[in-house]
Design a protein around this ligand. Structure first.
Ligand code: ADP
Length: 452
């Protein structure tokens, strides 16, 4: 990859990562140009102007792009666009923002977290543990400030980074000291030629540059992960976490009865799962992954235990909203795929009125059927097109009602509920048919609950 002063760096896409890469590039002496096919957010425009970085929006001027020495591509840009086809045909070097940031990270260390579900929770929890232990650490990547911007503006000794498969698609030398792969279930297949194996390979790229001094933390209960390991070699030290009591791990994370264990270098940290502030099996997986990573990073077990007990979960992830007339309302708007709804339902202990639906990414709802049968008394659909949900659950649940806004969905669920029930917004779908994004959906849900 080219480095060096006065070379031309072109950034495609002026979102958080693109603007971060532009700032870092400028600081490192590159001649930077930012090009965005859509409108650039006003606050980002101000940042670019203040840093005297040239940019265009609403289209791409190809002759200003193809003359780049290096292109940093936003993770949102699909390879199949005309823009990327031309860039690839020209043979310009392309990298992702984490790859670009990596070059300038100095001696700092990286804990990089990926997976289909649980990235944000694990990233935030890991960062919380390191902070509690007094580390000089920043949380970067998809969950806030971009890695590149953090390096440009406030470099740290440790970075805990949430990364998506799209960011991994354009890495070259990126090598985390500790990589975490939480789970792999089908998601975003539209970007991977509808081939699950391509998506799996992309997730495993988190470990491709690692060596035997690095660590890869993995979910032993995930058959996709285990099958991949049977056929591919990993150069780093692997360390697992599991909930399956049959798996005996000398080292790693496991649950025995009601106790969570994190065993590393002959030291066993154990605590009751009831002392974790975040509930449900999925959060126990995330906690084991975060705890192991922190132990590898050198955090003492007492500090980890203390951090687990003081951690607050994230907004829109099984977030308690209110109890009204004995009916509990939970906002899990971030559940944008079937697997995360499975875990949400799994953790429910009361009869559920489930608010489901939105923009369907080709969901297969069948794996939810047993849990829906056992726990769900009614489904409230909240989407423009609810056909797939009706098809999947007709005959499984007696009451399936269509609604088309958060207010309508909340009022309908409330009318169906009785004291002791829980209304769970866990949509299994993207939100873009009715809302700006999943945060907007979650907030509108919460506002509607509070207005009851
Ligand atoms: P991501 O950043 O990968 O989207 P989040 O932490 O934001 O993950 O959680 C997304 C959704 O997945 C939420 O509904 C959350 O309750 C659920 N979830 C969290 N951890 C896991 C896990 N380990 N397995 C399955 N679902 C999970």
């Amino acid at each position: 990859m080219s480095t060096g002063t006065n070379k031309r760096l072109v950034i495609l896409g002026a979102g958080e990562s693109g603007v971060g890469a532009a700032l870092l590039g400028k600081q490192q002496g590159w001649d930077v140009f930012v090009s965005d096919g859509g409108n650039i957010n006003e606050s980002y425009k101000e940042v670019l102007e203040q840093a005297h970085i040239l940019f265009e929006e609403g289209g791409h001027t190809m002759q200003q792009i193809l003359n780049a020495d290096c292109i940093v591509k936003s993770p949102g840009i699909n390879e199949k666009t005309e823009l990327m086809k031309q860039v690839r045909a020209e043979g310009v070097e392309v990298c992702s923002e984490i790859e670009f940031g990596y070059r300038y990270k100095g001696d700092s260390k990286i804990i990089a977290i990926t997976g289909s579900n649980g990235k944000s929770t694990t990233t935030k929890l890991t960062c919380h543990i390191l902070k509690t232990a007094g580390y000089d650490v920043a949380m970067v990547g998809n969950i806030g400030i971009s890695f590149a911007k953090q390096i440009a503006e406030s470099p740290c000794e440790w970075y805990v980074m949430e990364i998506s498969s799209f960011q991994l698609d354009d890495i070259k030398y990126f090598r985390p000291d500790i990589a975490v792969l939480l789970n792999i279930t089908p998601d975003h297949l539209d970007r991977y030629d509808h081939k699950f194996e391509n998506y799996v390979a992309s997730k495993f790229r988190i470990a491709e540059n690692q060596s035997d001094t690095d660590h890869l933390v993995l979910n032993q209960d995930d058959t996709t992960i285990i099958n991949y390991l049977l056929n591919h070699s990993i150069h780093s030290q692997t360390i697992f976490f599991t909930m399956n009591e049959q798996n005996h791990l000398d080292q790693g994370g496991f649950i025995k009865g009601e106790e969570m264990h994190i065993n590393y270098e002959s030291q066993d940290l154990n605590m009751s799962i009831h002392d974790l502030t975040i509930k449900g099996k999925h959060n126990q997986y995330d906690s084991m992954a975060a705890g192991i990573s922190a132990r590898i990073a050198g955090v003492r077990k007492e500090k980890i235990r203390e951090s687990f007990a003081s951690f607050h979960g994230l907004e829109h992830r099984l977030e308690f909203v209110a109890t009204i007339k004995g009916i509990e309302f939970i906002n899990d708007s971030k559940a944008t795929n079937v697997n995360s709804v499975w875990y949400a339902l799994e953790s429910m202990t009361r009869p559920v009125i489930l608010i489901l639906g939105g923009q369907d990414k080709g969901n297969d709802y069948a794996e939810l059927t047993p849990l829906v049968k056992e726990k769900v008394k009614a489904i409230v659909c909240m989407g423009v097109d609810n056909t797939a949900i009706h098809q999947a659950f007709a005959g499984v649940v007696d009451t399936i009602i269509d609604t088309h806004s958060a207010e309508e969905a909340v009022a309908t669920a409330y009318a169906l509920g009785e004291s002791g029930d829980v209304v769970l917004l866990s949509p299994a779908c993207a939100s873009f048919d009715l809302f700006k994004n999943y945060e907007d959906r979650g907030r509108r849900f919460k506002d509607a609950v509070k207005a009851l």
